[in-house]
Design a protein around this ligand. Structure first.
Ligand code: URA
Length: 261
């Protein structure tokens, strides 16, 4: 009997042999990405997981939302791997923590600080969260071909949006001792941005023998403020969508035609 993915609400045959998934956090971003890629049809919507099958002359890709944070992303990766997905590209948004990374820039992650919580269930904390080099190269190329400002570097993935990213503009205004001054420390250590899923994605994929890469559009410069400006969100999401769609095409044109070495 074919495998049924309980949380995603998908059967193995629904994927028609697709092995590459584009993974935003938000369900509503799936359509933007699928439309940037080609024609598309929705396969399933269950909880935070929306799945769309998109097609262009390069081939088919799956677009699946992971929800927010490591716990739900790990569920998506586990189930997608059993359905046949082997390559994952996260299409996210983030907050920048360096002066020279601005709103609207794209950050491609080569590795991530593992403050996500979930990756600890897959590997000891000393295990690095690293991107797949080849997939990352395609993302960089796609972003630059589209004329976007693209940065390559380290990301800090946190288990919470507020205290984990040292935000004080909150209900209590309080950040526990262990997280105070961590913003300044990650900045000093050269980390480019904060988000909530990449460390889980990179760790889980490495451990399971899968390939992963990630790009995030900068929604807020944390050097200046804590609050995300909603007005710039559509433009940033469009840059990310176009970038992962083009990267997927480049990958399907070259990588997979070379017979999945
Ligand atoms: N996503 C995050 O996790 N943090 C931000 O500041 C913006 C988007």
């Amino acid at each position: 009997m074919s495998y049924f993915a309980y949380h995603l609400g998908l059967h193995e045959e629904d994927l028609s042999g697709v092995t590459l998934a584009l993974v935003p956090g938000a369900p509503e971003r799936c359509v933007k990405i699928a439309a940037a890629y080609g024609t598309y049809r929705e396969l399933a919507v269950h909880r935070e997981f929306k799945t769309i099958l998109a097609e262009s002359e390069e081939g088919k890709v799956l677009v699946v939302s992971s929800g927010i944070g490591g716990p739900s992303l790990s569920i998506a990766v586990e189930e997608l791997a059993r359905l046949g997905i082997r390559h994952f590209i996260r299409a996210g948004t983030c907050g920048a923590i360096q002066e020279d990374v601005g709103i609207g820039d794209l950050v491609v992650s080569e590795g991530a600080v593992r403050l996500d919580g979930t990756s600890d269930h897959y590997a000891p904390v000393s295990y690095p969260a690293c991107a797949d080099h080849a997939l990352t190269t395609y993302l960089l190329r796609a972003g630059r071909e589209l004329g976007h400002r693209v940065r390559l570097g380290l990301t800090c993935s946190t288990a919470s949006f507020y205290p984990g990213q040292e935000r004080y503009d909150t209900f209590s205004g309080y950040v526990i001792r262990g997280l105070r001054n961590t913003f300044e420390e990650w900045k000093r250590l050269g980390v480019l941005n904060y988000e909530m899923e990449i460390a889980t994605l990179f760790t889980v994929c490495r451990v399971l023998g899968l390939k992963a890469a990630a790009v995030c559009g900068v929604l807020v410069s944390r050097i200046q403020e804590e609050t995300v400006d909603l007005l710039i969100k559509p433009e940033v999401e469009m840059k990310v969508s176009e970038t992962v769609a083009l990267a997927a095409k480049l990958i399907l044109r070259k990588e997979f035609r070379n017979a999945e070495e």
